[in-house]
Design a protein around this ligand. Sequence first.
Ligand SMILES: C[S@@+](CC[C@H](N)C(=O)[O-])C[C@H]1O[C@@H](n2cnc3c(N)ncnc32)[C@H](O)[C@@H]1O
Length: 223
Amino acid sequence: MTGASDGNSSSAGYSDSASDLTRMTDAGPDALAAYYDNWAGSYDADLPRMGYEAPKRAASIMVEQGVPFDAPILDAGCGTGLTGLELATAGYSDITGIDLSLESLQAAEAKDVYRHLKKRDMNKTLAFGDNGFAAVQCIGTLTYVREIKQLFSEFCRVVKRGGIVCFTQRSDLYDDAFTKAIHATTKAKKWELISHSEPMPYLPNHEDFADKKHIFYDVYRVK
Ligand SMILES: C[S@@+](CC[C@H](N)C(=O)[O-])C[C@H]1O[C@@H](n2cnc3c(N)ncnc32)[C@H](O)[C@@H]1O
């Protein structure tokens, strides 16, 4: 972990919440909501300091995949809205965000780039109708989801046929169980692989991540 801190910010220049990030990997929904509620006020300042580029990269994947700019996109685990902001900057105008953390959702709302924002637990069914989105992106969030296979099915249900599912997953969590959930979704003919990236930098300026934990970007087409 990052070294001594004076209470609100660490020696690395970002907040204590950011320093505690790896500790939360196994936390349950209530603890996660509390953690991200607490971090919401400083998250947007911390993430750029840690070298976080995933929101921008995810938005460019949507553009590369030809997702129309006026099409509805679900930002699953939107947090404070850094991901929605990059989608809007890329030209997207119909973005729905869901997250566990109310304070994060409020920070997302203040960015004025989401059409809808809802508090949802992605370990449960998503409570959207079938085929309502052209794409879903889930960036920096699968770390915390326990019902991965169910969530992948839900993504394929709420995205229309031919639509895009884009997610990131940490290299240390891209394990057998995670791969099995992907393969089960593929075997059930719910999606087909478009691309699986090389391991990419995640939080290169955070000492718990830097050279130790990378992320993969996966892109699927819904069948
Ligand atoms: C690292 S943040 C990523 C936020 C945003 N996608 C980004 O890239 O900045 C992870 C987010 O996942 C949310 N989260 C964790 N578990 C969740 C769950 N089961 N359902 C919905 N959101 C969840 C947290 O509240 C947090 O906002």
